[in-house]
Design a protein around this ligand. Structure first.
Ligand SMILES: Cc1ncc(COP(=O)(O)O)c(C=O)c1O
Length: 407
C-alpha cells in the first residue's frame, strides 16, 4: 500500500471475491467444500470461534432470580444497570481520560455481530451518501463486509500480512480514500491472526479519521484474551477526553465464554449512538433483561475471565511445544486462533481437504476470510484458521494431529 492508485487498484474487491467474502458465510462455504468427504479420524471441529470453556457458575442463578423479567419487552438501549456496569467495566479495563456516560455513551447489543452489521448501515445514514467507502482489514470478520455491502458502500480491504505483523498500514491510507470513507473497521486483537494494534497507531488513526469525518469502529471482542504480558489498548483510550468519531464494540461471547447468551455493547461517540438508536429502535433485536442481569454480574467479575485467559495460555503453551515452527506458527498476542501457513499444500482449500481427509480436523481456508484483489492476490490464501476453543485434552490431540500431518 503505497499510494491511492495502488491501493484502490490492488485492494478493491473483485466481483466474485466481494460476493464470497461479504455475501456468504465462510462456514457455509466450508460445509460445501467438505460435503460428501469422510473425515479420516474422529472429528475435531476447529472451524468456529465458539468458546467451549465451562459456563460461569453465576449464569443460571442470576437468570433464575430475574426470570420474571422475561415477561417484559426490553428497552432497545439497554437497562440502566447494564449500561452502568459496562461503563464501569470500561473504566477499569482501560486507561480512559474520563468515564463514559452510561446514558448517552453506551448501548446494549444482542452480541457484537448484529451491532457491527447495523452500525455500518447507521453510519451511512448518519454521514450521508458521499461517504461511500468502508475500509476493513484483510482478512476480516465477515460481518464488516456484509455491513458495508448492505449500507451500499464499497468495501476496500487493507492487507494485514505477515511482513507487517498482520496489521494494516493505516498510516498509508491516502487522504482521498479517507475523505470518502464512512467507516474504518479495526479488529484488535485480530481475528484471525491475533495481532494487536498499538495504542500509538490507534491514536494516529483516530486523529486522521476525525480530520476526514470518518467513524472508527473498533471490534474489541477479544480484548480480554491476551496471551503475552500486556492487556491490549482500546480505541476509547486512544480517543482522549472526547469520544467523537469512535465506537468500541464489546461482547461477553469470548471474555466470559458465553457465545449463546448474546450480549455485548457499543460505547463511544454519543452523537453517532443517538443516530444508531434511531435505526435500532425499529430494526435491532432487543436483549432480554434477565440476560442483561447476567451481563451485569459478568462485567463485575474478573475471576472467571482470568481463568479463561489461563486456559487459553495453557493451550498456546501446548501449541508452542507441539507445533514449534511448523506451519510458520508464532504465538499470537491475543485471541484464540492458530493462523497456519499452509503454502506447502499449494492452496488453502487443498490443505483444508487434506487435514479433514487424513486427520478429521475441520479448519477454515484463509481465503474464505479475506477479499481477493483483482490482481489475484488474496492475503488469506496460503493460510488456514484453527480455533483453540476446546479443552486442553482435545486441543492437545488436535495439535499432535497437525504436527503429524506436517511431518
Ligand atoms: C472478530 C469478531 N467480531 C465479532 C464477533 C461476534 O461475536 P458475538 O456476536 O458473539 O459478540 C466474532 C465472533 O466470532 C468475531 O470473531
Amino acid at each position: 500500500m503505497r499510494g491511492s492508485k495502488t491501493m484502490t487498484k490492488g485492494q478493491h474487491a473483485g466481483r466474485r471475491g466481494a460476493a464470497d467474502a461479504s455475501g456468504r458465510s465462510p462456514f457455509v462455504r466450508l460445509t460445501e467444500l467438505l460435503a460428501g468427504i469422510s473425515p479420516g479420524k474422529a472429528v475435531i471441529n476447529l472451524s468456529v470461534g465458539e468458546p467451549r470453556h465451562p459456563i460461569p457458575a453465576f449464569v443460571a442463578p442470576v437468570l433464575l432470580e430475574h426470570n420474571k423479567l422475561f415477561g417484559k419487552y426490553p428497552m432497545s438501549r439497554g437497562t440502566v444497570r447494564f449500561r452502568e456496569a459496562a461503563a464501569t467495566w470500561l473504566g477499569k479495563r482501560y486507561k480512559l481520560s474520563r468515564a463514559l456516560d452510561p446514558n448517552s455513551e453506551v448501548i446494549v447489543l444482542n452480541g457484537s455481530r448484529e451491532g457491527l452489521f447495523l452500525a455500518a448501515i447507521a453510519a451511512r445514514r448518519y454521514l450521508g451518501k458521499q461517504k461511500s467507502i468502508v475500509l476493513l482489514p484483510n482478512p476480516f470478520y465477515a460481518v464488516y463486509g456484509a455491513g458495508a455491502e448492505i449500507a451500499g458502500c464499497e468495501p476496500i480491504a487493507l492487507p494485514a500480512t505477515r511482513d507487517r505483523g498482520f496489521i494494516p498500514d493505516y498510516a498509508a491510507i491516502p487522504d482521498d480514500l479517507f475523505a470518502r470513507a464512512a467507516v474504518i473497521f479495526v479488529c484488535s486483537p485480530a481475528n484471525p491472526q491475533g495481532s494487536v494494534v498499538p495504542r500509538s497507531a490507534l491514536e494516529n488513526l483516530v486523529a486522521r479519521a476525525r480530520k476526514h469525518g470518518a467513524l472508527v469502529f473498533a471490534d474489541e471482542c477479544y480484548s480480554d484474551i491476551w496471551l503475552k504480558d500486556e492487556a491490549p489498548a482500546g480505541v476509547l483510550e486512544a480517543a482522549g477526553k472526547n469520544f467523537s468519531g469512535v465506537v468500541a464494540f464489546h461482547s461477553l461471547s469470548k471474555r466470559s465464554s458465553l457465545p449463546g447468551l448474546r450480549c455485548g455493547f457499543a460505547a463511544g461517540d454519543p452523537a453517532f449512538l443517538a443516530a444508531f438508536m434511531e435505526l435500532r429502535n425499529v430494526a435491532a433485536p432487543q436483549v432480554p433483561e434477565p440476560v442483561q442481569e447476567v451481563a451485569v454480574t459478568a462485567y463485575g467479575d474478573e475471576t472467571h475471565v482470568a481463568e479463561n485467559r489461563r486456559l487459553y495460555r495453557a493451550k498456546f503453551d501446548l501449541a508452542d511445544r507441539i507445533l514449534g515452527s511448523r506451519f510458520n506458527y508464532r504465538r499470537p498476542e491475543g485471541g484464540f486462533f492458530l493462523w497456519l501457513d499452509v503454502t506447502k499444500y499449494n492452496d488453502d482449500e487443498n490443505a483444508t481437504l487434506e487435514f479433514w481427509r487424513k486427520s478429521g480436523l475441520r479448519v477454515v481456508p484463509g481465503s474464505y476470510l479475506a477479499l481477493p484483489t483483482p490482481d489475484g492476490n488474496n492475503p488469506g490464501a496460503g493460510y488456514v484458521r484453527a480455533a483453540l476453543v476446546d479443552d486442553l485434552a482435545i486441543t492437545e490431540e488436535a495439535l499432535y494431529r497437525l504436527a503429524d500431518i506436517h511431518g
